[in-house]
Write a protein that binds this ligand. Sequence first.
Ligand SMILES: [Fe+2]
Ligand SMILES: [Fe+2]
Length: 255
Amino acid sequence: MIQVDPALSDEEFLRLFEKGIGAQWSSDQIDWGLVQGLSPTQKDALGQVITPVFLGEQTAMLGVSAVLPMILTSGYPEAALYLASMGLDEARHFRNLSRLYRTLEVEPLPSRRLPEMWRYHARLLQKHDPVQWVFGILISDLFAKTFYGGFAERFPDTVVGRLSHRTLQDEARHQAFSDRYLNRMLPTMEPRARVQLLVLRDDLFRIMEKLGERLRGPMETLDWSPEAFLEELWNDTEKWVKRLGLVEAPEVFSP
Ligand SMILES: [Fe+2]
Ligand SMILES: [Fe+2]
């Protein structure tokens, strides 16, 4: 149940919320005219490779709006406050990518060419508890981070690189939220429920492996490989798994 006047005493989440408000920005901060450094072939490849990120930003909006009421009604109003600011971040990312497609004058891949993207979306949105939600959101934030990081590195002086660089700052805040929330909740969980988080990780990685295979052509056009992408993402995720003290399941995915 929600309370009329909760104490709002959890300083860690409150600080993060204030940071989230202070760090809001609009698309005016991006120079949308910086397209000269991109060839038509690169633009086309980018249109394809960005497709799962584009859907991912909408999935993130759905994830935040699904987990917010669970967290608010379970007595964590400070964490719920932060999530409201995170919802606005994800909405901005979604809007910006939509504008990026118009700017580059390319189209995202049609759904039938990337069915794994929908499998990923469906797996993430399966009904589960708030901890599973936040862990799934964390993996998706890392997934977005790996893509945006790769774009920022490859096309630093173009609209793609500038937008990616700016978006990465929001994603770093989202990871800080997952870190705090999961660190609070994991010690209270049964070992079996903790293993379920690793099952979710493995399911998502299996899907991403197939997704990477489908994107091999356009990724190679951008001097990128699905293997390098997955390895970076896997290593990043494993750092979190270790940091959060999650116990390994007997059978796990390994790229
Ligand atoms: Fe995002
Ligand atoms: Fe995010």
